[in-house]
Design a protein around this ligand. Structure first.
Ligand code: SF4
Length: 504
């Protein structure tokens, strides 16, 4: 059977351009995994990855009509306010005469399958949860019976409602998945997935919901990962990034597995990066990682406030975060930090604790990092436990494309005020740092010169706003303040008023 597996074009959000919370990192391999499963099942599969070939929706529509697949399976990724482009694409495809089956899989369809089936008549089915086997069974059913059939984890319209033959249980043994297909993008770094799921359940995270809300963490065997790395090395790749939500698994078993994996990859002389929870790191693991080519790390710290860590169900402590940051530095790795500065239930004292935590741990001295740490707010996506909680409390207003995000009423209006102003300032900085002719261009040094001036400005602004909010002065109208802030930042960037005008 002819099948296209599509990684659709991604359109950058103008509002959320520095937020990566729209989908977990490992989404980037999902299309490859599905294509691989279908190919092994004997289908004629074309994996089209528009994130690599740069095709737009109109070009991809032409390709689909020309290939004429019996099944179009799409890794559907939420694109914030631009998400409508995906569904317009399906409408255009149908109008152009495409009559065959359209299936969506991935995080967004899993979390919002009822909503999507409700508003988009052009889509036939959606995979809910782990998708490789579900799509394979769908293809087999379409080929054999010409119909969808009863498939676990496959949602479709039925009369006026939505039907699904029970949830899809995640596959226990990840070694049974074929390696993902990859299109030749000429990349220097290859993403790779060593494990799936997470044993924690942070209220904002879509990972636990994706796997049926179970605290499931499953790791591939080190030997199986080694085989994939070796096959990628044979394609000329020497740098890897583990896209796992939680690279080091739980407890002693997780640690032993990581140590074994490092033993295996050490002789390969590759470099790699990964993301993990602070409490999973210790001296032995770090030594083993670094001696095997480890070069970059994202630590999910999330907050400098003990109270908020508890509210986020993060299951980690400030001590473990501080210890992990120091540990990484001791081994010559400067960690990047996952952090939520603004959370709907934050108090001003939580913001003060966040500021103190970042300062004490020397995380506010590099402009690109400061602007990101200050500007990330809690994002509440449909299908997560956080969304459910705020909805039950009557504090959630559906927002984003077709209500996929929740706009949450902040418990303290002063925190919401600070968020509006600080996020505005940071976004202005980040936009300016995207221009190659800007003195704070992100590829220029971020700890000296104009970048340092702007960095210090942001820190002082944060302190000033916090003091004002704490002293209960009347809060200035954020809209009035924004013009001044823009002007002040541009002055810091250029150092002289005349040039500063050019960035306004
Ligand atoms: S630790 Fe929390 S944020 Fe990270 S993957 Fe697990 S549930 Fe998600």
């Amino acid at each position: 059977m002819k099948i296209i597996v599509l990684e659709h074009p991604r359109i950058r959000s103008e509002i959320r351009f520095n937020d990566i919370a729209n989908t977990p990192l490992w989404s980037c391999l999902m299309g490859g995994y599905v294509a691989s499963a279908l190919k092994t099942a004997g289908h004629e599969v074309a994996l089209i990855d528009c994130t690599v070939n740069g095709w737009d929706f109109s070009r991809i529509a032409d390709e689909i009509m020309a290939f004429s697949p019996a099944l179009l399976a799409v890794n559907c990724v939420y694109m914030w306010e631009k998400s409508g482009a995906i569904f317009s694409f399906f409408q255009n495809l149908r109008s152009a005469g495409f009559r065959d089956h359209i299936n969506l899989f991935g995080f967004y369809p899993t979390l919002a399958y009822r909503t999507i089936l409700g508003f988009c008549r052009e889509v036939d089915t959606l995979c809910v949860g782990e998708c490789e086997i579900t799509v394979k069974e769908l293809a087999s059913s379409l080929e054999t019976f010409g119909a969808v059939g009863e498939i676990a984890g496959l949602a479709h319209r039925s009369g006026e409602g939505v039907k699904m033959a029970g949830p899809r249980a995640p596959l226990r043994d990840l070694n049974l998945f074929d390696f993902p297909l990859r299109t030749n993008g000429g990349f220097r770094t290859a993403s790779i997935l060593g494990s799936r799921g997470c044993y924690n359940h942070c209220s904002f995270c879509p990972v636990p919901s994706f796997y049926n809300n179970g605290p499931l963490w499953r790791g591939r065997s080190p030997e199986n990962i080694l085989l994939e790395i070796k096959s990628l090395i044979s394609m000329g790749i020497r740098d890897f990034y583990f896209a796992d939500p939680n690279f080091i698994g739980p407890g002693k078993k997780g640690k032993d597995r990581t140590l074994r994996l490092m033993e295996l990859i050490r002789p390969l002389k590759i470099t790699f990066g990964m993301e993990t929870r602070p409490q999973d790191l210790d001296d032995e693991i770090m030594e083993s990682l670094v001696s095997s080519g480890f070069t970059s790390m994202l630590l999910g710290v999330e907050s400098g406030s003990k109270t908020l860590l508890g509210q986020l169900s993060k299951g980690s402590t400030l001590n473990s975060s501080e210890r992990a940051i120091a540990l990484c530095r001791g081994f010559g790795i400067e960690p990047e930090i996952g952090f939520l500065m603004f959370i709907p239930d934050s108090t001003l004292s939580d913001l003060g604790e966040n500021l103190e935590f970042l300062r004490e741990n020397k995380l506010l001295n590099r402009l690109d990092r400061t602007a990101n740490l200050f500007s990330h707010s809690h994002i509440v996506l449909m299908g997560t436990s956080g969304y459910q909680r705020y909805e039950n409390e009557g504090r959630l207003t559906p927002a984003g494309y077709m209500g996929f995000e929740g706009e949450i009423e902040y418990a303290d209006k002063r925190v919401a005020w600070m968020r509006d102003v600080v996020v505005f300032a940071c976004h202005h900085v980040l936009r300016q740092s995207a221009y190659s002719d800007s003195p704070i261009y992100w590829q220029r040094p971020q700890e000296q010169g104009p970048a340092k001036r702007v960095n210090d400005y942001l820190v002082k602004l944060f302190e000033k706003l916090l003091k004002n909010a704490e002293s209960l002065k009347t809060l200035d109208d954020p809209e009035m303040m924004k013009k001044d802030i823009e002007r002040e930042i541009c002055l810091e960037i250029w150092g002289e008023p005349l040039k500063a005008k050019s960035c306004l």
